[in-house]
Design a protein around this ligand. Sequence first.
Ligand code: GTP
Length: 366
Amino acid sequence: MKAIVLVGGQGSRLRPITYDVPKAMVPLRNRPFMGYMFDFLKAGGLSGAVLSLGYLPDPIQSYFDGQDLEGFSIDYAVEDRPLGTAGGIKNAEGYLDGGPLVVVNGDVLSGANLREAIEAHEASGALATIVLTSVEDPTAYGLVEVDHDMKVRRFLEKPAADEVTTNLVNAGIYVMEPEVLARIPAGREVSIEREIFPRLQAEGLLGAYVSSSYWRDIGTPRSYLAASQDVLSGAVGAGEGFEFLEVDPSTGRAKGVKILPPVSVAAGCVLGRSATIGGRSALGRGCVVGEGAVVEGSILFDGAEVEPGAVVRGSIIGPNARVGQDAIVRGLSVLGAGCVVGEGNVLDQGVRINPGVVLPPRSMSF
Ligand code: GTP
């Protein structure tokens, strides 16, 4: 059985990072997110995946071309315009073998038991089965009510607090029969959640499988950062030989550097005198952290630089971006690729700085 992985979206909620790096390729513990997705699919017994691509396909294809995935096949179906979540499935149909298939949103990090979900689907007689997961705050999601016989009873789109009848949400993981593909019109934008599933539900053909395993989507800065911290602490995605302290031996460490696990420091980083790399941080290749600077609970993409005395806390620093001397970047701030935060600025409260922007010294404070 193969999977279709939907990775064609623009990832607008994760901008400005996704202007340069597609959501599927953002690093978690210095490994592109798609790597965890393939582990998940392989653990479910699948033999390969078709990546349904649209926005920024090249970085995804070139990363996997020539990689040894131990017998796990990858094909690419590229859209010339966005076809939506069902249109993206239809567009990948030519790479399938005509049997049942798994479909996953390419932004969910999951520890669900995919084999069990497939078995539940096969036993149910449903045309499609949605994996559901429970969330703490259901008002931010589309909720799915389930009958006693595990058929979907009703969809509730982002309900008000007093309308909440369940905390189960669509986990973005589906098992389906090939007949579902025949129900998707070709050549136009179609949504699986809004068009295809409600029709199957109305006919009593939509099953549900509830997973209580780890689940998080990585679609917003907050959830991406949380997913990164979960992977660093081994809560999900920990492979063989997992270690809380993953510091590449090529790392340059001056005197007095403090590194607090869980942490991941990729090759070629340079850590200046008395710098602190606090727990739950990931530093990509070639990052530089200057003297006395502090990085805590953050993600630094490849080539990011934190100058002496600067503090980066709970934030995301894009590729080759630079945080100037004594600047403070905190509170879920997100810096796009190559931007420069001049000396002494303070960034907070989820501020997002677009790629290439240069903030003059001391021009922003909170
Ligand atoms: P936002 O713009 O932040 O909503 O992100 P998104 O559109 O990338 O993701 P969303 O959560 O809305 O979509 C769920 C999954 O479907 C993601 O993995 C997307 O990459 C994927 N997706 C969304 N739209 C399309 C599309 O038109 N074509 C394809 N192939 N995939 C899509």
